[in-house]
Design a binder for this molecule. Structure first.
Ligand SMILES: Cc1cc2nc3c(=O)[nH]c(=O)nc-3n(C[C@H](O)[C@H](O)[C@H](O)COP(=O)(O)OP(=O)(O)OC[C@H]3O[C@@H](n4cnc5c(N)ncnc54)[C@H](O)[C@@H]3O)c2cc1C
Length: 489
């Protein structure tokens, strides 16, 4: 007989995995279905990694309230999961006296949402605390509770902890059909599997409207808003001490100078609506726009500082998040339209989903023991030299460096595989190997060999991000491996 889950979650981004972790506190059977080869391959991999304080949201919005609560909860979650969270603070800069009223309005709105510690700072403060900021900046709104986190490592750590507490995760399971019969949801996937559950959560990011439609719900439309981001060389790590924002526009928080959890500063994102959910191209126009905007705040930023770029698509469905129980399809919860600040809000969204489930008939009984803590993964790049030396003396494989740009060892790659990595991108997001200036030119072959050995797979099965993105093919007659034509991807 097929297992009936209490809850099935569709989507393995930060929202789906946060919900899985929150539900795993209770005596429930929970399954998460993800269409990609690994988790965090959707919007949750391509964002700014900011844990926003809640300064740029309309005062009565759901996203505003959940952002402030998420910022508060994220500190506890990060501590419990061993995820590196740093409270760096943010400054929203103004350059003209006439902008001061807008800054004061942002402060008042944010205070009404409960954002702590806000303070207007003047030019002298900026000179002392942000020496690289344009001296023409007049003042700023300083929000000390802004933080940074690695968005993908957060997803992996949430998932690992949820699984430790009993949740089940199924990869390469694209949901293509939904049916409700005898009070049960029947969920069919492209691979021909079927799953059943009493409750269903739609956390499918950019595709949440398509998943909703499978259940006969037609009032959700996701119109992506594209954001291009540009990563700077690590040698510019100390470019700024805080996150720097301009005044927000109607549709976005503006183009920012960002500190990241990995050390590289980042600049962006743009905000342009698109109808194409697969359009992840960066453009020359986007680059010009980003450079002009950030050079106004920090004139020393140069085009040559850029070492990598990417684009992400915000899953926008109107002005706010859609978080609701579907009365027409009892038992189904929508967690859709998770535009920014969805990363920040995710823990609060997860709590909100739990209370919607409870209100609609799911009994939430706490487990007698919940594994709250997770042992943090070892990353040489986070360790001071002395501690790294000690680790290598105790475990020599940590001294076998695979990625020279980012100082990642063979053992960290193996650890990542043991924690669930299956692809080159999965290794990159977990360890940073291939994320440096050479983009994997030196380490990809070695990482492929480790993946093949640890997963017991032939090299031609090792892919960048899942089936269809394999890197080499074997000649059937000679057994020799050749690089696959890049155009085949
Ligand atoms: C450029 C940019 C910058 C941003 N910066 C920030 C920031 O600094 N701070 C912040 O708080 N927020 C930020 N955001 C917003 C944040 O990234 C998103 O709100 C968040 O990642 C959304 O997570 P999610 O889990 O809803 O979506 P996703 O991460 O996309 O997860 C949805 C998952 O569902 C899967 N899926 C889809 N359809 C199916 C199906 N049929 N069957 C099975 N699985 C399916 C997808 O593969 C995907 O993995 C930014 C967004 C962008 C684009």
């Amino acid at each position: 007989m097929k297992k009936t889950y209490d809850v099935i979650i569709i989507g393995g981004g930060v929202v789906g995995t946060s919900i899985a972790r929150e539900l795993s506190r209770f005596t429930l059977s929970v399954a998460l279905l993800e269409k990609e080869a690994e988790l965090a391959f959707g919007v949750s991999k391509s964002n700014s990694g900011i844990i926003h304080p809640g300064t740029q949201n309309p005062p009565f919005s759901l996203k505003g309230r959940l952002c402030v609560e998420g910022n508060r909860l994220m500190r506890t979650w990060a501590r419990e999961l061993g995820v590196h969270f740093v409270e760096v603070g943010e400054c929203i800069l103004i350059f003209e006296e006439k902008e001061r009223a807008a800054l004061l309005q942002i402060k008042a709105d944010a205070e009404s949402l409960g954002v702590p510690g806000l303070r207007l700072v003047d030019r002298a403060w900026l000179r002392d605390h942000e020496p690289n900021v344009n001296p023409e900046a007049l003042a700023a709104l300083y929000a000390p509770s802004a933080g940074i986190i690695s968005p993908y490592r957060l997803v992996y750590d949430l998932a690992e902890n949820a699984v430790r507490n009993g949740a089940e995760i199924f990869l390469e399971q694209k949901v293509v059909s939904l049916r409700k019969e005898n009070n049960l949801f029947w969920v069919g996937t492209e691979s021909g599997e079927s799953f059943q559950s009493r409750f269903l959560i739609n956390a499918a990011g950019l595709f949440a409207d398509e998943v909703a439609r499978l259940a006969g719900i037609h009032d959700i439309t996701i119109r992506p808003r594209k954001g291009e981001e540009y990563l700077l060389d690590k040698k510019r790590e100390n470019l700024t001490r805080h996150l720097l924002f301009p005044l927000p526009t109607k549709t976005s928080k503006g183009i920012l100078v960002i500190k990241t959890a990995d050390g590289n500063p980042m600049v962006g994102p743009t905000a342009r609506p698109t109808d194409d959910k697969e359009d992840l191209a960066t453009t020359d126009q986007g680059l010009q726009e980003v450079l002009a905007a950030v050079q106004k705040m920090v004139p020393s930023i140069r085009r040559e500082d850029i070492i990598a770029y990417f684009a992400g698509l915000r899953p926008v469905a109107g002005d706010d998040f859609i978080l609701r129980h579907e009365h027409g399809v009892p038992g189904m919860i929508q967690a859709a339209g998770m535009q920014s600040p969805g990363l920040t809000a995710a823990p609060a969204v997860a709590r909100c989903v739990c209370s919607l489930l409870a209100k609609n008939g799911l009994a939430l009984r706490r487990k007698w023991f919940f594994h709250r803590h997770r042992k943090a993964a070892r990353h040489l790049f986070t360790l001071p030299l002395g501690q790294a030396g000690k680790l290598i003396r105790r475990h020599p494989p940590y001294g076998d460096i695979v990625c020279r740009c980012e100082m990642v060892s063979a053992q960290e790659v193996r650890d990542a595989v043991h924690r669930g990595a299956r692809t080159l991108d999965g290794i990159k997001f977990r360890t940073r190997a291939q994320a440096g200036r050479c983009h994997g030119g030196f380490c990809t072959t070695r990482i492929m060999k480790i993946l093949a050995a640890e997963l017991n797979l032939p090299p031609e099965k090792i892919s960048k991000r899942g089936p269809g993105s394999e890197i080499v093919m074997a000649d059937r007659d000679t057994g020799v491996f050749e690089a696959k034509d890049q155009h085949e991807e």
